[in-house]
Design a protein around this ligand. Structure first.
Ligand code: B12
Length: 799
């Protein structure tokens, strides 16, 4: 019988292999060089490692191709050998496991960020992964396993690319002790996203040892019914003497196997530090288990990079903020036309603060390039809000641009019963992993009766099922028609909501405000209609979440329909407002220039920051005042939000980019003095550290005060600093470090400088550096930038 991974996975638990890298090191392989090239240069050694795992009972052997993508191979000048390396890797694994076992072609991260955080486009990323996945398929891999990913955007690209091969895809990410990936994604959001992309199994690898992975798996299980995979490392490595030791024993890890199986784990394997012995012990009981079939989930789920929501299936209804939509909003329409995103960013933040659970994004302005506008809007919303997005457009091309730009699993707004819509939009939802909003209208218009609308809902459901889109990913809009035109309209919509829920078991959504068109006191009508729809079982509503009375009605209805245990949500809402239900929305306080500059840093507002700096300069502010009173405090706030997990790396990066822009402008004000240089200064951020904003400020100021500055950049190895100091005959070497993990590198550089015999003064700075530390390593303490300049002048004997 031919090998069929998907079918076998349905029948029995499967055992993967353990670590390859740490095993190779144990077998005497020296670190350095390209690990993937070993497939060509030392296939026997690899086959030996694979064979040990086959002996230990592994059903699946993973290829040694973690870094065999174009981007990583290029670092070693090996990109032309990509196909050769990947096919050889499959061959090495196949020779070890034979024809009856499975070979999993391994794909790892590229090490680059996708835009807007990095400079790689989503299309480039999918090209890179498609190339590797095709090579693995060509070699004869039975499935693709995507491992150790940290960026949800990158793993989306990797899954979409791997899906094009038709091979089964297994996807894993790595989580840290905050129960998130380094870039902020919680296990549930990843599980929702990977599930919607049609993987065969999903889970976690490496991470926190088996105990930590167990917690991660439990979270994933709460939102997906797919088989899960756990590939833990053998605990967090500790340094014993000069050796790195992984603490978890094979027995300790094996104890967890049945517990993991009870949480839906159907594939078990190991990551760093695990050995054939670990795999043998873990597999012993696991492979003989006959776990219960995985229970189906009935709710609809959406996710952003750092959050997720579930609704429908008897869960409390959720709200979708409607305000990012230019219809009837001249200023927003104008901004979208001009390619700006200020209002969009503001609306994203304010709607989230007002309690929205997801945000609708519509940029439909006539005569614009809607694809670019949608991409820009999605980036801006992702940078300013954690919430999942509803991509709202009548253009399939704009929807696809949004689907590429997104950080999570969105809801597409919309399809209808019209054939053209179904045939263009549903395939996009399937490919990019999205839920779909189905409008109950077709080529003949909107049926008058509830039954007519249910028939269209059924048609949409059938078309989606034909493409393999899950029932839970269809959300039906029974359409609110204006009640001023015909007073029966509201009743028919409400009846349709109940019928769609009861007859078809689908989630529902309603754009509420249309009901009150042409009436006075629209708010009153909208609020009452929303409450009635919720009592009919509505799962989600597109509303103006910034309207307090409408949101009051929403909260009251949630309570009255039994969705608010002990009334906690309701009570919290009103406690926060001083128990006064009738308070008016707070009038916006005018923000001063200083606050607006700080806000621009905190919100990562690159677009606006130069204009604000310009305004400040025009008002006669000193460039240093702008830096010290606005930009640095802004960054401090970003650091605080990051430390308490309110911000994640992508937001820190966009704030840093905004600050960089501001300094580009400020630099022009700090032009260097003419005349002989006061001295020559080498500036560098030490190796391992990529923070350079502070160092760049100091460099600019030094130039401004008449120093010649040779800026070596960031992450600079000690040897290079010593060499440059020697060849350039520097008077001072200035070192910067911002992390507790990198300050000791300053000590290393200074020791090397001393050892080389160069006569040069040293000064150190960066937020973690203290005067005591500087003294201890024999350097001058820099302090903040202006103070640092004074000290440097003193060091070269200038006034
Ligand atoms: C912006 C930022 C980033 C940006 C950096 C972009 C860039 N181009 O610099 C990005 C997003 C890339 C980043 C990445 C990371 N970051 Co960061 N980041 C920050 C943040 C928010 C601001 C830093 C900053 O620029 N401050 C403003 C400048 C002006 O201050 P400054 O550097 O201290 O400089 C002043 C003085 O110290 C002095 N000075 C500085 N250098 C020198 C040198 C000399 C010679 C002299 C004389 C004076 C001097 O003059 C300057 C002006 O007065 C801080 C939080 C914070 N508030 O510090 C976290 C922070 C530094 N980051 C942190 C972490 C953990 C990381 C990551 C590891 C995150 C991750 N999980 O991946 C990575 C690090 C990757 C690496 N290998 O380096 C932690 C460090 C924790 C610690 N104590 O070890 C912090 C403190 C955040 C936190 N609260 O946890 N980060």
């Amino acid at each position: 019988m031919p090998r069929d991974f998907r079918r076998t996975l349905k029948k029995r638990p499967l055992l993967f292999d353990g670590a390859t890298g740490t095993m190779l090191q144990k077998m005497g392989l020296k670190a350095g060089g390209c690990p993937d090239e070993l497939n060509l240069t030392n296939p026997e050694l690899l086959k030996k490692v694979h064979a040990l795992y086959v002996e230990a009972g592994s059903d699946v052997i993973t290829t040694n191709t973690f870094g065999a993508n174009r981007v990583k191979l290029k670092e070693y000048g090996l990109e032309k050998k990509l196909t050769e390396i990947n096919t050889a890797a499959v061959k090495n694994a196949r020779e070890a496991i034979g024809k009856s076992g499975f070979v999993a072609g391994c794909i790892g991260p590229t090490g680059r960020f996708i835009e807007p955080v990095g400079d790689m486009t989503f299309d480039e990323a999918t090209d890179v992964f498609t190339e590797q996945a095709e090579a693995l398929k060509k070699g004869g891999a039975d499935l693709i396993i995507i491992e150790t990913m940290m960026d949800i955007k990158e793993i989306r690209a990797a899954i979409i690319a791997s899906n094009t091969t038709g091979l089964p895809v297994v996807a894993t990410m790595t989580f840290d002790k905050t129960m998130r990936t380094v870039l902020g994604t919680p296990p549930e959001a990843f599980a929702i996203i990977a599930d919607s992309l049609g993987v065969s199994a999903l889970g976690a690898n490496c991470s926190l040892g088996i105990e930590g992975i167990y917690k991660v798996i439990k979270k994933m299980r709460s939102v997906t019914d797919l088989p899960l995979i756990a590939q833990p490392n053998a605990g967090m490595p500790v340094l014993k003497g000069k050796e790195t030791v992984f603490p978890s024993t094979p027995d300790e890890m094996a104890d967890y196997a049945p517990k993991l199986a009870a949480e839906g784990v159907r594939i078990l394997g190991g990551c760093c530090g695990t050995t054939p012995e670990h795999i043998k012990k873990m597999g012993g009981e696991f492979k003989s288990l006959k776990p219960e079939p995985l229970k189906k989930q009935g709710f609809t789920s959406l996710a952003g990079r750092t959050s997720f929501i579930v609704f429908g299936d008897g869960l409390p209804p959720v709200t979708i903020g409607e305000r990012i939509n230019p219809t009837g909003r001249k200023e927003l329409a104008q901004e979208i036309k001009e390619g700006k995103t200020l209002i969009i960013r503001k609306e994203a933040r304010e709607q989230e603060d007002s309690g929205a659970h997801a945000l609708d994004v519509n940029v439909g302005v006539p005569g614009i390039d809607e694809k670019s506008a949608m991409k820009r809007a999605v980036f801006s919303v992702n940078e300013n809000s954690r919430l999942p997005i509803v991509i709202d457009s009548s253009s399939a091309a704009a929807i696809e641009a949004g689907l590429k730009a997104i950080d999570g699993k969105p809801l597409i707004n919309s399809v209808s019963g019209e054939e053209k819509k179904l045939s263009t939009i549903l395939p996009l939802a399937k490919k990019y992993g999205a839920a779909v909003l189905g409008l109950t209208l077709d080529d003949k218009g909107i049926p008058e009766t509830a039954e007519g609308r249910v028939r269209i809902a059924e048609k949409i459901l059938k078309a989606a099922a034909g493409l393999g889109i899950k029932k839970e990913d269809i959300v039906i809009d029974c359409l609110a028609l204006t009640v001023s035109a015909d007073q029966k309209n509201a009743g028919e919509t409400l009846r349709a909501i109940r019928l769609v829920k009861e007859k078809l078991g689908l989630s529902t959504v309603l754009g509420v405000s249309n009901i009150s068109f042409g009436l006075p006191s629209r708010e009153t009508v909208n609020s009452a209609f929303l409450a009635m729809a919720i009592s009919e079982g509505l799962s989600s509503a597109i509303v103006n979440v910034k309207n307090p009375s409408l949101m009051d009605a929403y909260h009251a209805s949630v309570l009255l329909c039994g969705h608010d245990a002990r009334g906690e949500r309701f009570i919290t809402r009103f406690r926060e407002r001083g128990m006064d239900a009738a308070v008016k929305p707070e009038r916006e306080k005018p923000r001063g220039l200083k606050e607006r500059l700080v806000d621009a840093v905190v919100n990562g507002n690159e677009e606006n920051i130069t204009a604000l700096v310009e305004e400040a300069l025009k008002q006669g502010w000193n460039p240093l005042k702008i830096s010290n009173d606005c930009l640095i405090p802004g960054l401090d706030e970003v650091g605080r939000l990051f430390a308490c997990n309110r911000y994640f790396l992508p937001q820190v990066i966009s704030s840093a980019d905004a600050v960089k822009k501001a300094y580009e402008r400020l630099k022009k004000e700090l032009k260097g003095k003419k005349g002989p240089a006061l001295g020559k200064v080498i500036m560098a951020t030490v190796e391992g550290d990529i923070h350079d904003i502070g160092k760049n400020i100091v460099s600019s100021l030094l130039e401004n005060h008449g120093f010649e500055v040779i800026d070596l950049g960031k992450n600079v190895p000690a040897e290079r600093i010593v060499n440059e100091a020697k060849t350039k005959k520097a008077d001072i070497v200035g070192l910067s470090a911002l992390m507790t993990t990198t300050v000791m590198e300053m000590d290393n550089v200074i020791k090397k400088l001393k050892k080389s015999g160069i006569r040069v003064k040293t000064i150190v700075g960066g937020a973690v550096v203290t005067p005591e530390f500087a003294k201890k390593i024999g350097a001058e303490y820099g302090g903040e930038a202006t103070e640092a300049v004074k000290k440097m002048k003193r060091l070269v004997g200038a006034k």
